[in-house]
Ligand binder design. Sequence first.
Ligand SMILES: O=C(O)CCC(=O)c1ccccc1C(=O)O
Ligand SMILES: [Mg+2]
Length: 329
Amino acid sequence: MIYQFSFRYFSQKFTKPMITNHGIWEIRESIIIRLIDEKDQITWGEISPISWFGSETIEQALDFCRQLPKEITKEIIFAIPDKLPACQFAFESSTHPGGFRLCSRVSVPEASFQSPGTNLTYSGLLPAGKSALNQWSNLWEQGYKTFKWKIGVNEINQELEIFDLLISSLPTSAKLRLDANGGLTYQQAKLWLEKCDQFSPKIEFIEQPLSVDKFTEMQELSNLYLTPIALDESVANLHQLESCFQQGWRGIFVIKPGIFGSPSQLREFCKQHQIDIVFSSVFETEIGRQASLQLAAELSTNNRAVGFGINHFFQQQEANWLESLWKTF
Ligand SMILES: O=C(O)CCC(=O)c1ccccc1C(=O)O
Ligand SMILES: [Mg+2]
């Protein structure tokens, strides 16, 4: 099969900047790719790198797209090097059966809770800091029962105080995930875990408490406390996932399909090993989102809510944004 290949740069400003321990993120830069096969079928893919997570940069992805011929094959797609994981995801998922087509509207209203044929539940992302306190109820009204709050952003005592308020205001049936983005010290992580254990099992897990180089310490912490630990930055791509699994990690793995790399290799890994996975967004458009959610529906385990409750970080797209994008050069 030969595909006609074209691509466009696309950027979106967050309605509120995304604040994590890595810093402030204001604009989501992506590349949308379009493939047209010999039967004139059009499919789409999305490259949305996060270089601070270890993926390629947007410039590297653009360079890759620019050097590709106008006609490409599956051989070319399956030969994309592992150092371009967001590109691997985009090209492979656009040729996968069920790859994104422009069937109905491109942008789907907030929290499409019943994606056809799946019964995924969603985790809603709260803003960092004390704004979480007046934001969770909007999400609750939209049907979210699981929330994620960023920690390791402000001073720890201040965050622990906000945490107390948040925990006491959340409904009994709500669950909370904390995401430190690798920003805690070992002592701070212990403080947080002790705190979380007091509310167990309301705190579903703490995500990436320590930096990627602190694997042994995180393994130690996972043995010391009830509250589970989820690896995220530590397992950003297949190579890292394999390495953490080989080293004996049997806690939770957060997988962001958009930067993880080849979806078929992820499917293969999941067939070989029963792992506890939480799927998570990279702030992709509807194109990457659909491909990622399809993987999540296939591979999710233990009924973990998927971390795709992020639409409130973007303005809703015009229905014809994709068509309009292709009219630009
Ligand atoms: O996982 C979620 O619930 C939302 C997505 C999310 O938090 C995220 C989105 C982009 C980059 C990094 C992260 C993260 O999990 O650290
Ligand atoms: Mg995370």
